[in-house]
Design a protein around this ligand. Structure first.
Ligand code: SF4
Length: 340
């Protein structure tokens, strides 16, 4: 039995709406102490994973701020279009995993599946930049990786746009506690990264990559776990194949893997989707240069049920209040279980 949050004196988030992708992806919008948060469960087709040569972990992606995010990556991120309404507590983060696990368990029971759910990977890659909320993110990681939670969570990863001082603070905290956190750094652009991730003006790519390698030296040394660079391809903006070699110059394949991301169509960001062939060329070129690389393209991307970060809120169509050119999210949601 996992420890819940009564000892923290914090309230668990309340489930609002759910959405289901044709590929088994489940999105959940919850009302937390920080406002609306979204969590997404990614089902894994293990036969396909084995065919690719590895067993993938089922995982859930959680949010660490409510409502939106103040980092302003508006070119590609639906969450970045929304004003943040607050920072999640530890209970808000743990509760996202428990809530979505309950949904998936109930669905499996209804389908007659008797096996208990395996432990999942948890990734901090939903709404909000984790570096802005380390006071809650670090104890949440610690809890997820504690023995009490081992039947629920067995891996934790975190995605950051690279607030360099916060990356180093996180690495120090993981070192102190000897925790195997896999770190993903959003590179998304090379010469023009500031256009895509405005915070790059204050936390430049090269400094972020130095901090990423520092983290990876710790996790490879202690656990054999590499860090990773994530690169979201935006058609005509940052997908010139020549960038691969430039970026690879900054990376050591002994410590860093490369994840190529493809963009979903979203409600409020430009349609800059790259084609599959371009993504495959990028991954193949990184592989030629000695990196373990792969393309993430499928989960939750089908047109009717897009459940990526911030997309449920964007598609909800509730009354949005304009604040500083962005939108505040509605606080009322359809009943749990209602498809958006
Ligand atoms: S990409 Fe991450 S940091 Fe940037 S706006 Fe979206 S949630 Fe915030």
């Amino acid at each position: 039995m996992v420890s819940t949050t009564s000892s923290l004196g914090e309230t668990l988030p309340v489930l609002g709406a759910t959405r289901h992708g044709a590929d088994g992806t489940v999105g959940a919008a919850l009302l937390s102490s920080a406002g609306v948060v979204e969590a997404t469960y990614f089902k894994v087709d293990q036969d396909a994973a084995i065919a690719r040569g590895r067993l993938d972990r089922e995982r859930v992606c959680i949010s660490c701020t409510g409502g939106g995010c103040g980092m302003g990556c508006v070119t590609f991120c639906e969450t970045g279009q929304n004003a943040p309404t607050g920072q999640c507590t530890v209970a808000d983060m743990l509760g996202q995993v428990l809530a979505i696990r309950e949904i998936v368990a109930a669905e499996r029971a209804t389908a007659g599946e008797r096996d208990s759910l395996p432990p999942w990977g948890v990734t901090f890659a939903g709404m909000g930049e984790p570096g802005t909320n380390l006071a809650a993110v670090i104890p949440a990681i610690e809890t997820f990786l504690s023995p009490d939670w081992s039947s629920v969570v067995d891996q934790v990863s975190l995605s950051t746009i690279g607030l360099v001082d916060k990356m180093r603070e996180l690495t120090r905290a993981m070192r102190r506690r000897k925790l195997p956190l896999r770190l993903y750094y959003s590179a998304h652009g090379f010469g023009n990264r500031t256009d895509i991730i405005p915070m790059n003006a204050h936390h430049p790519l090269r400094e972020g990559l130095v901090a990423l390698h520092e983290h990876a030296r710790y996790t490879v040394g202690e656990f054999g776990i590499k860090a990773a660079v994530s690169y979201l391809l935006l058609h005509g903006v940052n997908d010139d194949i020549a960038i691969v070699d430039q970026l690879a110059e900054e990376l050591d394949p002994a410590y860093i893997d490369v994840q190529i991301l493809m963009k979903n169509r979203t409600e409020h960001t430009p349609d800059l989707r790259t084609d599959d062939a371009t993504a495959d060329r990028w991954a193949a070129r990184f592989a030629e240069l000695g990196f373990r690389s792969w393309v993430t393209r499928s989960s939750g991307r089908d047109e009717d049920t897009r459940v990526g970060c911030g997309q449920m809120s964007a598609a909800h169509g509730g009354d949005h209040v304009a604040v500083s050119g962005r939108r505040l999210l509605p606080v009322s949601w359809p009943a749990a279980g209602a498809a958006g």
